[in-house]
Design a protein around this ligand. Structure first.
Ligand code: MLT
Ligand code: MN
Ligand code: ZN
Length: 304
């Protein structure tokens, strides 16, 4: 199995277009301690020939430019005029950073978009997605715990994780931390290996830890380091938990939640630009590394 990190950042990317938080300032200045990152998506494949995108970010076009295996040239015949190694897209929620890239895939390419009924409902309610011509782009609902095989040899199944509805669907009373079809994690299986991709999660539950026990690697929500990090950075009032993301640090944070969970390879992904772990050499980066965590970066490849 091959996993390719297309975008390791959370919504906004690093640096974010309008942000001058400490991390973004370094990134704007080209400081080598902060690697720029695009928004949240990975690609998975059993054979390196046919690929499935897990989420489609607003940065998808640039991500495809940077990802040689996803180029139309991969295994192209001399007579091919239109083709892509991308066979399908699976969505883990309806957040803008996970669905806006679908609009980049609108050029009449045969594709299947997998998501829960709830998330497909979000697409159906936003008519701009009708630009994905239904004669070519199939929308395939999948149920929680159901396994699908988008391409030969690659099995995907989804499961609910604590989360919330997308920002743009929040009403006056937002339920945060509930498990529903609105926020899912993905189990990716091929050739006897298993990977888990969970870019949004509000807490580490016992059930979740039990579930991923057969994983060789987990890519897990690393949005913020401190729950109140946006306030500390002076860029907003929202906490990580209000956004449906647990922090790395703290009593109910992911470092604590996954403590001692070895020998699974653990990688933080969906990193917000305010997160100090993005600065190489920072004490926070040292802390996560000492706890056995890696930090995903754009272009990171994992072979299982
Ligand atoms: C999130 O991960 O909380 C969302 O992507 C935020 C957003 O919609 O910008
Ligand atoms: Mn996000
Ligand atoms: Zn920033």
């Amino acid at each position: 199995m091959r996993l390719l990190v297309l975008g390791s950042a959370a919504g906004g990317g690093v640096p974010q277009w309008n942000c001058l938080c400490e991390v973004c300032r370094l990134a704007w200045a080209g400081d080598p301690r902060v690697q720029p990152r695009t928004q949240s998506s990975i690609a998975v494949s059993a054979d390196g020939e046919q690929w499935v995108l897990l989420n489609a970010s607003p940065d998808l076009r640039a991500q495809l430019d940077a990802a040689a295996p996803l180029s139309p040239l991969t295994n192209a015949a001399p007579t091919d005029k239109r083709r892509s190694p991308i066979a399908a897209v699976l969505l883990t929620n309806g957040d803008v950073d996970h669905i806006a890239g679908l609009l980049t895939l609108r050029e009449r390419q045969e594709l299947t978009v997998y998501a829960t009924e709830s998330v497909l409902g979000v697409l159906a309610d936003n008519s701009v997605f009708a630009v994905l011509d239904p004669r070519h782009v199939r929308r395939q609902p999948i149920r929680l715990e159901e396994a699908v095989q988008p391409v030969a040899g690659l099995e995907l199944s989804i499961f609910a994780v604590p989360g919330k509805v997308p920002l743009y669907l929040e009403g006056d009373n937002v339920e945060i931390g509930g498990e529903s079809e609105m926020t899912v994690g993905v189990r990716v299986s091929a050739n006897g290996a298993n990977a888990y991709y969970i870019p949004g999660c509000a807490s580490v539950t016992g059930d979740l830890k039990e579930r991923v026990r057969d994983g060789d690697v987990i890519l897990f929500d690393g949005t913020v380091y401190h729950d109140d990090e946006m306030q500390r950075a002076g860029v907003g009032e929202k906490t990580g938990s209000r956004m449906g993301h647990l922090s790395m640090a703290g009593e109910s944070g992911s470092l604590q939640g996954w403590d001692g969970y070895a020998p699974v390879r653990k990688i933080f992904i969906h990193i917000n630009n305010t997160n100090p772990v993005l600065v190489e050499g920072s004490p926070e980066r040292a802390t996560i590394e000492a706890a056995g965590w890696e930090l995903a970066y754009d272009g990171m490849e994992i072979e299982l």
